[in-house]
Design a protein around this ligand. Structure first.
Ligand code: ATP
Ligand code: LTN
Length: 342
């Protein structure tokens, strides 16, 4: 059990609490890593962090059972490999902690149809999966609110696409608190200092997304080095053939952004370094830098995924601890609503 969280659940809360989660809905990409996971790892020293693999959210889109099972375990092992440390943070699989689904139901009854109808992700996904516009897809934000509110999180690191859901979580918390008195902490978004936004390698005007059907548009954290190199070599660029940031150069801007994120160099330094060199050389250099960044993660992943006993021990402990903390909030909310205690 992470000592700090244990202590801070008592009276001496000093560090703020952070909650975030990622869906195991496919392979985790370089975008997820540079835009989210890498920041989560850093946050662990300054905050009390709670992280989850959001597998309940993932079935709002149809999943193949065998693939899904593997994706959940892979996501757990990959987050460990990226540096989520169960000694520092609480880290569990959402479906292992029953309070999430329970609070989500309660919160559904404090969430308006109109509010959910305005969610852009719902509108986008219901267009994309027109044959399966299920009620879960619609009420997805109440489950996300439950995830966050159960742990009384102060801050939630999310990308731009999840801001609207977080805003709704705040509204639900405020509404509930307004009716029953303070029950939930109202969470604030956590804006990372340098949040890298990685764009698609095939259409650099869109973000790199793991559900993009074009496999060349994304790099998976677990892609083999030769695959990574091939994808970078195929990346869409422009005809100017000059490595510098500029308008109409979205492809190169994106590659410079990636290079900068993995090497720590500024865009100016990168431009100077590649002065007089062609895009071919630059793409190879970006590919190599990304391969080197991901190599240790891939090695750790291989070790974890082959050690099922360790993984099981970690996710069991994580769930046990998460249940303990979240049950208190659920009990409190149920009592306020008027349910009879068991
Ligand atoms: P999907 O394609 O299924 O919508 P996704 O790849 O967009 O998935 P999410 O699971 O929605 O990823 O996001 C997980 C986290 O990764 C979020 O915090 C999100 O902001 C971040 N993230 C996702 N894609 C990128 C990206 N291209 N650049 C930076 N951050 C990203
Ligand atoms: N919906 C998020 C994943 C997610 C999440 C959360 C993020 C589920 N529960 C709670 C922050 C807080 C996504 O798809 N990126």
């Amino acid at each position: 059990m992470p000592e700090e969280i244990k202590n801070n659940t008592q009276t001496t809360e000093k560090k703020k609490r952070i909650f975030s989660a990622i869906q195991p809905s496919g392979t985790i990409t370089l975008g997820n890593y540079l835009g989210a996971l890498r920041n989560w790892v850093k946050l662990q020293d300054d905050y009390n962090c709670i992280f989850a693999v959001a597998d309940l959210h993932a079935i709002t889109v149809r999943q193949d059972p065998k693939v899904f099972k593997q994706n959940i375990l892979n996501a757990y092992a990959l987050l460990l490999a990226c540096g989520i440390d169960p000694e520092k943070s609480m880290f569990f699989i959402q479906s292992h902690v029953h309070t999430h689904a329970e609070l989500a139901w309660l919160l559904n009854c404090y969430t308006q149809f109109g509010e959910l109808s305005r969610m852009t992700q719902f509108k986008d996904k219901s267009q994309k999966h027109a044959d399966n516009v299920n009620a879960g897809l619609f009420t997805y934000p109440s489950l996300m609110a439950a995830d966050i509110l159960l742990y009384q999180a102060d801050l939630v690191p999310v990308g731009a696409d999840q801001k609207q859901h977080l805003e709704l979580s705040r509204n639900i918390a405020e509404r509930f608190n307004g009716i029953y008195g303070k029950t939930f902490t109202v969470p604030d978004p956590y804006i990372a200092e340098v949040g890298a936004r990685v764009m698609s390698l095939q259409d650099p005007t869109r973000k790199m997304s793991k559900s993009d059907e074009n496999v060349n548009s994304w790099v998976a954290v677990l892609d083999k080095p030769e695959t990574i190199m091939k994808k970078f070599k195929r990346a869409v660029t422009d005809s100017e053939a000059r490595v510098c940031v500029g308008e109409g150069k979205e492809g190169i801007n994106n590659l410079i952004g990636i290079m900068s994120a993995v090497t720590g160099k500024t865009a100016d330094q990168i431009t100077a370094e590649f002065e007089g060199k062609g895009y071919g050389d630059f793409k190879t250099a970006v590919g190599e830098a990304v391969i080197e960044e991901l190599r240790p993660i891939q090695e750790r992943f291989d070790r974890y995924i082959n050690d099922k006993a360790y993984l099981e021990e970690q996710y069991r402990k994580g769930a046990e601890f998460a249940l303990k903390i979240s049950q208190r909030t659920l009990d409190k909310a149920m009592k306020k609503i008027g349910y009879l205690p068991k």
